[in-house]
Design a protein around this ligand. Structure first.
Ligand SMILES: C[S@@+](CC[C@H](N)C(=O)[O-])C[C@H]1O[C@@H](n2cnc3c(N)ncnc32)[C@H](O)[C@@H]1O
Length: 369
């Protein structure tokens, strides 16, 4: 017994790394200097409590609990990978929420409308654990060619790509593309060889991450200049703008937009979002479609930006736009995600403890002139 106690004592001492650090290198942590009195995560929570309790009313307490809990991921399957991970993941209890929707019950929309989104993206597969199951995915492993088998992302982030509805012959512009989750979803489409994709992002470091993601998941023959260009323009435009990234802001103090030194940047966000959406609208041809998306619950950054963009495009550029209903899409996935009820413009996945995805806001506009 005494021996056992001694061993435990020694172990505890060894795991306390301070005893392995020479005294002159030890740093005494200074709380006042190293820990902000009001960490950005707390500032974000105060801000969200003030604005979202008004905006979401009685929904806010449950959305708040979900946002402060561990988020749920989806595994976007990499169709270019040669390993049979789909069967493995299904054996673990996952299901592809896009094609396997039995538990979504009866659909109230005509079959042709519901199937429309899927007919264009039969290959996009995103696996999720069932409602209420918070099992984590293991990191993806490379196949014999070095391509990773799946990409972990908020499963709701696939919805803007489905909503964009890319078809053969389209030119696609992903205006704010890094680190590349949505680009990768778009590239999984069966018709990838029949359209051109242009991806753009201002941030050099994030564009490097985007390149790394693409090279880890997509074979070289699809990354040639004729198929994919990493810069900026055309018909279908995905405008996935920078926003207050509500979940990140609540959970991580690093790189947090609620940090006091970033107040100006945060206040300028709606203006930047408006400029990006207008750039996307101008880049689209008449008849083209623009998909605006964010990962915030904020009305100012969502419907507010879209309303202003519709107005300014008409007044300043003579461009007429109409909002395209995404209701068929939300009906399709209503048992996988929780959608905000009755938004007058666009649709929004709201976090819920049983399906802790989002927030993801999306609004589709069609350029008429
Ligand atoms: C929400 S993230 C995009 C996430 C990406 N679509 C994905 O699914 O992985 C927003 C991106 O917008 C980029 N960004 C910020 N200002 C921009 C600008 N003026 N033009 C283009 N991209 C911009 C940021 O660098 C950031 O990578």
């Amino acid at each position: 017994m005494a021996l056992f106690m001694d061993t435990r004592l020694i172990l505890r001492k060894v795991t306390d790394l301070r005893c392995l650090t020479p005294r002159r290198y030890r740093v005494k942590e200074k709380w006042a200097a190293t820990h902000a009195k009001h960490p950005p995560t707390r500032l974000a929570l105060h801000h969200f409590d003030a604005t979202y309790s008004v905006q979401l009313g009685k929904l806010w307490p449950s959305v708040r609990v979900a946002m402060l809990s561990e988020r749920k991921y989806g595994a976007l399957l990499n169709n270019f990978c040669h390993d049979a991970v789909l069967v493995d993941l299904q054996a673990k209890g996952c299901r592809d929420f896009i094609t396997n929707r039995e538990e979504d019950g009866q659909c109230v929309f005509p079959v042709f409308t519901v199937n429309h989104y899927l007919s264009c993206h039969p290959n996009i597969k995103c696996l999720v654990f069932p409602r209420g199951d918070v099992t984590r995915f293991k990191p993806a492993r490379p196949d014999a060619y070095g391509l990773l088998s799946y990409y972990l992302m908020d499963a709701a982030s696939v919805l803007p790509c489905l909503a964009l509805d890319v078809q053969e012959g389209h030119n696609v512009l992903d205006l704010c593309a890094a680190p590349g989750g949505k680009t990768l979803s778009l590239l999984q489409s069966q018709t990838i060889s029949k359209w051109f994709l242009c991806v753009n992002d201002t941030s050099v470091s994030r564009t490097m991450r985007l390149r790394k993601v693409l090279h880890s998941y997509v074979p070289k023959q699809f990354l040639t200049d004729e198929k994919l260009r990493i810069t900026s323009f055309d018909v279908q435009v995905l405008v996935d703008v920078p926003c207050t990234t509500d979940r990140h802001s609540l959970m991580e103090d690093d790189n947090n937009i609620f940090n006091k030194i970033r107040v100006g940047e945060r206040r300028r966000l709606p203006q930047l979002q408006l400029e990006l959406l207008l750039a996307g609208i101008e880049a689209a041809c008449p008849g083209g479609e623009i998909l605006y998306s964010t990962c915030t619950l904020s009305q100012n950054q969502n419907q507010g930006v879209v309303e202003q963009a519709i107005c300014l495009a008409r007044e300043n550029h003579g461009i007429q736009l109409e909002a395209v209903s995404l209701r068929p899409l939300t009906q399709m996935f209503r048992n996988t995600f929780h959608f905000a009820p009755d938004l007058h413009l666009g649709e929004m996945v709201i976090p819920h403890l049983a399906a802790n995805f989002g927030p993801i806001y999306m609004c589709k506009l069609k350029r008429l002139t």
